[in-house]
Design a binder for this molecule. Structure first.
Ligand SMILES: Nc1ncnc2c1ncn2[C@@H]1O[C@H](COP(=O)(O)OP(=O)(O)OP(=O)(O)O)[C@@H](O)[C@H]1O
Ligand SMILES: [Mg+2]
Length: 267
């Protein structure tokens, strides 16, 4: 990840992409590329600009934490990356698609195969079982053949450690189990990019740590992760930190190099 204002002067820790370059491997385009992105909400009283000319790139394979005070624009940024919302101006490119060029139906199809979303309050459908919740995105995207959806859902639930909860309704699970189910649902169509908005915000600290470890493992398997978080002690899990300040990317937002070393050992 880099933001255009600081990457000339900041010593960045080695990302997977830069390690690839060191090894003479070809560098692909960034998986996320924002150019001069502005988001102004037109509310009834007066317009409010939540993102101000944000330009940044995130390479495939990164685990990026988005931090910043309440109201700094973190969720707004995530919604633009997911194509849930559109910028007022500027260009958002994700996984090779310039999102403004897509119609709503193209965007929905693109989102289904590209993005896995995880939220603070899990947002599982209460009347479906855990396994049915995981199968739902497969039914929308029709990437996974119908005959394989149930076994894939069970495999994903096993992957996140709650296969024994598959036939229960979400309300009967603990918070940590519900978040694991939501992560399994986010993985349903095997997306390259996971976007998470305060995924540990509603969990106790030990459960939150186990969810962060799950994200770190998914990242080590090659998924790019952008996670909004208020957690303090995240440097051991992430590869980059992006700080938002009043809708802008703050300079000097990189975590310390020794923490990154420990992140690499861990991954
Ligand atoms: N739909 C909307 N209409 C008007 N203003 C909005 C809307 N959504 C967000 N905002 C404003 O934009 C700013 C950024 O909001 P955003 O939700 O991105 O913040 P955040 O960094 O995610 O905060 P938090 O940590 O509290 O979740 C806030 O001042 C918020 O009030
Ligand atoms: Mg938010």
């Amino acid at each position: 990840m880099s933001n255009n204002r600081s990457h000339e002067t900041t010593t960045r820790p080695p990302s997977r992409a830069s390690r690839a370059a060191d090894q003479g491997l070809p560098l692909s385009e960034p998986i996320i590329d924002l150019q001069q992105v502005v988001k102004t909400y037109e509310s009834a009283s007066q317009p409010f600009t939540a993102l101000r000319e944000v330009s940044l790139q995130i390479q495939a394979g990164e685990f990026v934490a988005v931090v910043g005070k309440s109201g700094s624009g973190k969720t707004t940024l995530l919604n633009l990356l997911a194509g849930i919302d559109r910028p007022t101006s500027g260009v958002v490119s994700v996984a090779g698609s310039r999102l403004h060029a897509l119609s709503e139906s193209q965007l929905a199809e693109w989102r289904g195969r590209t993005i896995g979303l995880v939220f603070q309050f899990f947002q599982l459908l209460p009347t479906l079982t855990v396994a049915e919740n995981v199968m739902l995105p497969m039914e929308f995207a029709t990437i996974v053949p119908a005959a394989e959806r149930q076994s894939k859902a069970l495999a994903l639930l096993s992957r996140v450690g709650i296969q024994d909860q598959a036939d229960k309704l979400p309300a009967t699970l603990s918070g940590g189990q519900q978040q694991r189910a939501a992560i399994a649902r986010a993985l349903a169509n095997d997306p390259p990019l996971l976007l998470a908005d305060e995924p540990t915000g509603n969990l106790d600290s030990a459960t939150g740590t186990s969810i962060l470890e799950l994200f770190a493992t998914l990242n080590a398997e090659g998924r790019t992760i952008v996670m909004v978080t208020h957690e303090r002690d995240i440097s051991g899990y992430i590869s980059q930190q992006l700080t938002l300040l009043d809708g802008r990317v703050a300079d000097g937002a990189q975590p310390e190099a020794d923490h990154i070393e420990s992140a690499e050992v861990r991954l």
